[in-house]
Write a protein that binds this ligand. Structure first.
Ligand SMILES: Cc1ncc(COP(=O)(O)O)c(C=O)c1O
Length: 383
């Protein structure tokens, strides 16, 4: 028995996505910049994919810049805006629970002389809008707040944040890597100027993503070369990957409601079952959370031990976010919501996907209490 419950880290490529991509590795291998027929065919596939992705998020094709994934999109958005608008101001606002692709970029910008403010979150992991309003000033050029958090799944008040910058000369960026294809994403409804997307979280290939850049946005590139992607992202486009990304978006949006409803039910059953274990709690918000996200804490145990024992039983889970799980420090997200370091270490993230069933949930609920008990018996944290 093998149960994959780490869909926030990555997802398998959907067979239909793989099928759509395949010709572009061999038969239709052209460089989209070449003017001969191979090139023109690749260019057509590229532009059709751009149209599909744009349509899925309420944008126009010219507003989509293909990148190597969510991390690059976040880097391009923040560095590209900060430097291009430096003469106007040098202040950036973000939240304390962003993905490292945003936080590390902000740290870099701070080293380069920019001022960075971190808006706090409440104890359920929702960004405080008044915390942003409080630090917003004439120097602010960009605000970056993620649509939903990758660790605790909290969905942020994006529209409310957009409202406070509406009349101001401030760009609003959001990282929608965890929400695309899971809950509705619409750039106009949200009121964002920039939006980061990634293919591999939605059954597309790894190493492909996009940045939505609203028409008229003042931004400069971070990768220089042949001037691809309207000069904003040089480098021969990954045509096969981009075709796969577009197919993945199409499939995810077709199934969005059905999958969200199914996964929400499984999520809530998992949460209810897990919280029957004593000294356990839910991290994040009970309802304002991604339909596939469960993040729970257990007193007196280490999340790593839990993940390893679960793996022995065939269950793939995560302690926090896969991207930062090589770090030994407690998760910055759990710390931001007020978790004590020792409690943050005892956290477990289970993220559902299309393949999961009620049987999987029952299996986890059967396996978990025994593992928690065993780990607590060995725990030096219990006197
Ligand atoms: C919220 C968020 N942003 C950005 C990323 C990075 O995306 P990618 O793996 O495509 O670089 C991730 C991946 O874990 C994520 O969860």
């Amino acid at each position: 028995m093998r149960i994959y419950l780490d869909h926030a880290a990555t997802t398998p490529v959907d067979p239909l996505v793989l099928k759509a991509m395949q010709p572009y590795f061999s038969k239709d291998f052209g460089n989209a910049s070449s003017i001969h027929s191979f090139g023109r065919e690749a260019k057509e596939a590229l532009e059709q994919s751009r149209e599909k992705i744009a349509k899925a998020i309420g944008a126009t094709a010219e507003e989509i810049i293909f990148t190597s994934g969510g991390s690059e999109s976040d880097n391009l958005a923040l560095i590209g805006i900060a430097f291009k608008n430096q003469v106007r101001g040098n202040h950036i606002i973000t939240s304390s629970i962003e993905h490292p692709a945003v936080l590390s970029t902000c740290e870099y910008l701070a080293r380069e002389g920019f001022q960075v403010s971190y808006a706090p979150v409440d104890k359920e992991g929702i960004v405080k809008v008044e915390g942003i309003e409080k630090v917003l000033d004439g120097q602010t050029t960009v605000i970056s707040v993620m649509h939903a958090n990758n660790e605790i799944g909290t969905i942020q008040p994006i529209e409310e944040i957009a409202e406070i910058v509406k009349e101001k000369e401030v760009y609003f960026h959001s990282d929608a890597v965890q929400t695309l294809g899971k809950i509705p994403v619409d750039v106009n409804k949200f009121g964002v100027d920039l939006l980061s997307l990634s293919a591999h979280k939605i059954y597309g290939p790894k190493g492909v993503g996009a940045l939505y850049v609203r028409k008229g946005t003042r931004i400069q590139p971070i990768i220089f070369g042949g001037g691809h992607e309207k000069g904003l992202r040089s480098g021969t486009e990954n045509v096969a990957g981009i075709v796969g990304f577009a197919k993945a978006v199409e499939l995810a949006n077709e199934r969005l409601e059905e999958e969200a409803n199914k996964q929400r039910k499984l999520r809530d059953k998992l949460i209810r079952g897990i919280l029957e274990i004593n000294d356990s709690w839910l991290n994040g918000h009970a309802t304002k959370r991604l339909p596939n996200n469960v993040n729970v804490g257990f007193k007196y145990i280490e999340g790593e031990g839990l993940v390893l024992y679960l793996d022995e039983k065939g269950i793939s889970a995560s302690t926090g976010s896969a991207c930062s799980s090589h770090k030994l420090e407690p998760s910055h997200v759990l710390t931001a919501i007020g978790c004590k370091p020792e409690d943050a270490h005892g956290s477990l993230r289970l993220t559902l996907g299309r393949s999961n069933t009620e049987k999987d949930v029952d299996y986890v609920l059967e396996a978990l209490p025994g593992i928690v008990k065993k780990l607590r018996k060995m725990s030096p944290l219990i006197k």
